[in-house]
Design a protein around this ligand. Structure first.
Ligand code: BTN
Length: 239
């Protein structure tokens, strides 16, 4: 995958959209060593100081629009593959649905996926040298565990993403659903999912992994399974 590289940019997702408008063709990636206006999910800001990874993989939208929701889990698998060899065997690496990556229950990576008619923009942030401190969840950066450079991570991620993306195009998400579920945070354990943006309402259940659309399935205490297409997940509160 061709990689456009910048020292500083507002947001790699924004730059990928600008490159598309200028006639660039997918697939390509935009990598910046620093972002000044990085964006996270649900309109939150995302910091990328020097030394961390901000990269946007840009691909053609799938012909079958209903499969677009499975780009998130396939991306998480690629990030997981790249991080796994870098950490010790007793450090817990897991995918927090849909595509956050956790090490020892602390967030090391997040993904913002945006789309228009001509492309899907898969923006990945990885805490390499530093981690955000003032956020309402635990965070970790790779430098606490290992020595790795952002430039190398980006190259490895582009390769891992292309591998999973090609398989997904040929065989569908079904081919990698089981692998994704195996790596899921709190699989077969109680979990709660927020039903609104303000996180005032939650639903609890046992995590049964994702279905073929990448939607998260929770089993309630009557044994009914419900699939959720959106929401933030968390361990349940102690009763
Ligand atoms: C999240 O967990 O809220 C998602 C964070 C996504 C951040 C990445 S960094 C590269 C790309 N450019 C952006 O502006 N955002 C994404």
């Amino acid at each position: 995958m061709k990689i456009f590289q910048y020292d500083t940019i507002d947001s790699t997702n924004n730059e990928a959209k600008r490159l598309m408008q200028q006639g660039e063709n997918p697939s390509f990636a935009v990598y910046a060593r620093q972002q000044t206006a990085g964006r996270g999910r649900l309109g939150r800001p995302w910091e990328t100081p020097l030394g961390n990874v901000a990269v946007t993989m840009t691909v053609m939208p799938p012909e079958e629009l209903s499969t677009q929701s499975t780009i998130a889990p396939l991306t998480a698998l690629a990030i997981y593959d790249v991080l796994k060899p870098l950490i010790r065997a007793d450090d817990q690496l897991a995918i927090k649905w849909p595509n956050d990556i956790l090490i020892n229950e602390a967030k090391v990576s997040g993904t913002l996926i945006e789309a228009d008619r001509s492309a899907i923009y898969i923006g990945v942030g990885i805490n390499v040298e530093t981690k955000p401190e003032h956020v309402p969840y635990k965070t970790i950066c790779l430098s606490e565990l290992t020595e790795v450079k952002a430039d190398q991570l980006v190259k490895d991620l582009a390769v891992a993403f292309e591998k999973h993306h090609t398989r997904w195009q040929k065989e569908g998400f079904e081919a990698i659903t089981a692998l994704y579920n195996k790596r899921l945070y709190r699989l077969n354990m109680p979990l709660r999912i927020s039903l609104d943006r303000e996180k005032q309402t939650w639903e609890e259940g046992i995590c049964c992994g994702v279905n073929r659309f990448g939607h998260l399935q929770l089993k309630d205490d009557k044994g009914q399974i419900k699939a959720h297409s959106a929401g933030d997940i968390d361990a349940p509160l102690e009763h």
